[in-house]
Design a protein around this ligand. Sequence first.
Ligand SMILES: [Fe+2]
Length: 463
Amino acid sequence: MPFVSSCPESGFNIRALESLFADRMPRLAHMRDAASFAKDLSGSFSLPADHARLLIRSALLHDIGYASALRRFEYHALNGALFLEEKGEHPWVVEGVLRHSQADRKGGRLPLVSEHYASRPPLAEADWLVRAVTVADWRAAGVGKRVSFARRFEDIATRNPDNPGKVRQAAAMVNEVRDSFLEWARDMATERRPLPWVFCDVDNTLIRPGDGLSDANKAAVKAYVAAGGAFSVATGKHPLSIAPLVLQLGLNTTQVAGNGSCLLDGNGITVLDELREAEGALRAALESRGLPIAVYRPQGIETGGQWPASLDEIFDRYGEIRPSRTRLPGAALKILCIVDGDDLRREEELRLLAAELGVDCCRSDRHFLEFLPKQGNKGQAARTVMERAQWPVLHSLAVGDTENDELLFALCGACAAVANAGEWTRRGADWTIGQCADNGVGVFLDRLRLGSGWAGLRSGMTF
Ligand SMILES: [Fe+2]
């Protein structure tokens, strides 16, 4: 089939989206996130530029039929497709909108709508694009934000508590869409990179605090790397704290530290983002509440005024470098606050404080609440690591156990949670693997290696 070219000026004027969705901004946010995922798909699968442009455009417009002004039938996919066709949009873009996320299956069951679908045979040459738009749709949350497949389903289930039929349908579909991605993902493997890049959290995922690295996990990481896989730790720890672990594992990749606020490699520490002026305000607000804090800087960790000596033991147990009582120079990478996760009121108050100061806040452990710069998260950092290595961003797997792994789960091609992870984290993961204490990571890596990476992965697998 000769490729039908389309000049960017033809078709719908993208600038009109804002006004079409003035009353539905979350939907537009979802469409934009789907487009940004489609961009990663295009890059990761090295699509030709023309194909990439059509895919990204179709992902951006896939839900345009939800705009009230375009309402013709009781069905958004058909409304959107008819509108775009009239605007002279490329037929592949129209096809993506018409059939994304099995819209043709659903539409085929609706009166009037089904007649339209029956009169339009599927465009075989755009089948890949429909599949890709569907994947992008399932990696963008309903209210806008990139998510894992599993979190996307959770999001649908939470928003539709009174519609068990819809939730059941979504549960079946997320598995189908994930499997379609997993099958396609095999194409990302090459001789130079046969296995996905694994980004693995450390505490309670790879290592149980208090224990060292187990021989089994160490052997599994080494075997994975020897088989051509890439492996990086992605941790909230200070970069200096993980240097011995990196040495033990024999890694020569770049590591994600400080919860994604910095990277560690052979050349030292690279700061990706810092708290800047929010640091002072945060310190004051947390210390005025009597909370112990520790400020992470490239050269070390410095304690706040309320830090009791007994907390040093917790740091020792977690394998974190000893914090200094004196002020250190340099950027504030993150602020760690010691506050119990069971105190829900305090948690809510502190999360509000973070939002007011324009920083991110996430829990990395029962005791630890962290305040992070907006661009300093594990997901963004893993992206930087892969882009620098010219590695396809979706040719990656995330493994973790807690909220601060969420953005890493959202970024990578797929994700797994250890069995000891919190329920919320497990529900947002594509697979639950064994407990940290049972070397769950090592077992997972061995299965990946022996199953030839993506080829051995399917929805619903147990490890
Ligand atoms: Fe959508």
